[in-house]
Design a protein around this ligand. Structure first.
Ligand code: NAP
Length: 452
């Protein structure tokens, strides 16, 4: 398994893949660890999870550098990601017991209550775009609930996968409570079908989600799917355009545009179109592209060269089909996986950047005549992850937010994940929720106890 630096195409390190025997043995060990782990108190788990947060903070620079090297995230974003992982560990250390406390329910029984019990081995199939965050938002609630974790990380971030396993060791979690498997996606099926694996969560693309969910479905195992998105960013006629344009660029360019909740379709009412185009174009042009390890870099490379090819294809086709290229539009020549910050306008239904998810620095503007068309266009997508709405009339915006078919709507702000709020999508963006009290209850047995 090779880790390649996307900033220059050079090999960072080659890792030995786990053999089928290794995989079998690791699953057995993790399941064995569950027998003791499930009996630990919330206090003990919280103490260790708080320690994991400390380890993250202590070694933040080392982990941030590893992420930036393996997948090209700017070093500032990498450090912020480590901070956020520490936050989610602290959050569940503080709140898991409350979220999973027995709940008394009045019925015809002398006493009836609901309790929440761990399921056992949970498999997480994770993507490279937030190599630490995606894993911690699964692992922190999962381990606090008493489950044990198996990680199959994306093949281009093996160093991150092993570093995360080490964090739990360094925090003195019992052996094998959390393990990483260095395997290919084609080997995931055997893991899901292993009877010791009780649940599967996947964050990634729609085809991967479909495959994993159908195998898990065949085995009658619970799944959570966090898939792609094509979030609308709706600009109404009374939006504060200065702040809105700043946020538009930030919301599109986070992680060089490779975020599931990045704003991807900018739906702008015609009365503000010209102003919006000017402002975002100017801001996109001023971004500094470069080495992700350089503190001043604002836009790094994409995570792999094949992703640049895919994006290039989407942009070429979109322009051929009538989208107006305002800036950018092609790969940056050289060995790195760089793509120019790009703005497209006049985007219409049927054009790839309208229909498909774009995973890169491409801001697509869809002009609409009014609010109603803006909402209809926002909902005209097979995805339903997040969305944001820009208007100074907050009451009106709140009413419109309820009409938008996504797992989250942010008014006058950028869509972001927050441990305190549930995160997830509808439609082809997946199902189930992570984070908050909803997330921790996905992989537990919600058990009713009734006493005569
Ligand atoms: P991906 O190709 O689907 O890979 C994600 C993970 O799934 C990797 O570990 C990958 O392993 C594995 N995988 C791929 N195909 C598989 C299959 N058929 N069976 C089992 N496992 C399989 O996605 P990506 O390109 O890494 O990530 C980008 C996508 O993730 C985007 O669509 C993005 O929107 C979505 N995403 C969603 C969220 C969310 O929370 N909703 C968050 C982040 C990203 P290999 O690397 O070995 O192929």
């Amino acid at each position: 398994m090779k880790a390649i630096n996307p900033a220059n195409g050079e090999l960072i390190k080659e890792y030995r893949r786990h053999t089928p025997d290794d995989v079998f043995s690791i699953i057995k060990k993790v399941d064995h660890a569950f027998l003791q782990w499930r009996k630990t108190s919330f206090n003990d788990r919280a103490r260790l999870m708080t320690k994991a947060a400390e380890v993250l903070r202590k070694n933040s620079n080392e982990y941030a550098r590893l992420m930036s090297l393996e997948m090209g995230k700017t070093i500032k974003e990498s450090r912020a990601e480590i901070d956020k992982c520490a936050w989610v560990c602290d959050y569940y250390a503080e709140n898991a017991e409350r979220f999973l406390a027995d709940k008394i329910v009045e019925t015809d029984a002398s006493k009836s209550f609901i309790c929440f019990e761990p399921l056992g081995v949970a498999l997480a199939v994770m993507p490279w775009n937030f190599p630490f965050w995606q894993v911690f938002r699964f692992a922190a609630p999962g381990l606090m609930a008493g489950n044990v974790g198996l990680l199959k990380h994306a093949s281009n971030v093996p160093g991150c996968a092993l570093a995360i396993e080490e964090i739990f060791k360094e925090a003195e979690f019992p052996e094998d409570v959390f393990r990483s498997l260095l395997i290919l996606s084609s080997e995931v099926e055997t893991v899901i079908r292993n009877p010791l694996v009780k649940a599967v969560t996947l964050t990634g693309s729609e085809p991967a989600g479909r495959s994993v969910a159908s195998i898990a479905g065949d085995e009658i195992k619970k799944t959570v799917l966090e898939l792609g998105g094509s979030d609308p960013f709706i600009v109404l006629d009374d939006a504060d355009l200065d702040f809105c344009a700043d946020t538009a660029v930030q919301a599109r360019m986070i992680n060089t545009g490779q975020s599931c909740i990045a704003a991807k379709r900018f739906i702008v009412v015609e009365s503000r179109l010209q102003e919006f185009e000017q402002r975002v174009t100017q801001r996109m042009q001023s971004l500094k592209i470069g080495d992700p390890l350089d503190e001043k870099t604002q836009v790094g490379p994409l995570a792999r060269n094949d992703l640049v090819d895919d994006l290039d294809e989407q942009i070429k086709k979109s322009v051929q089909m009538g989208a107006k290229l305002l800036i950018g539009g092609k790969r940056v020549q050289g060995p790195g996986a760089y793509f120019e910050p790009t703005v497209l306008s006049n985007v219409k239904k049927g054009i790839p950047v309208y229909q498909e998810e774009t995973f890169g620095p491409v801001l697509a503007i869809i002009p609409v005549k009014d609010e109603q068309e803006a909402v209809d266009t926002a909902n005209d997508s097979e995805f339903g992850l997040g969305g944001s709405l820009w208007s100074q009339d907050v009451l009106k915006a709140e009413k419109l937010a309820r009409k938008i078919e996504t797992g989250a709507v942010f008014i006058n702000g950028m869509v972001k994940s927050d441990p305190r709020l549930p995160f997830g999508g509808i439609k082809k963006s997946g199902y189930g929720r992570e984070l908050s009290d909803y997330g921790i209850r996905e992989f537990v047995n919600i058990k009713s106890v009734w006493i005569a």
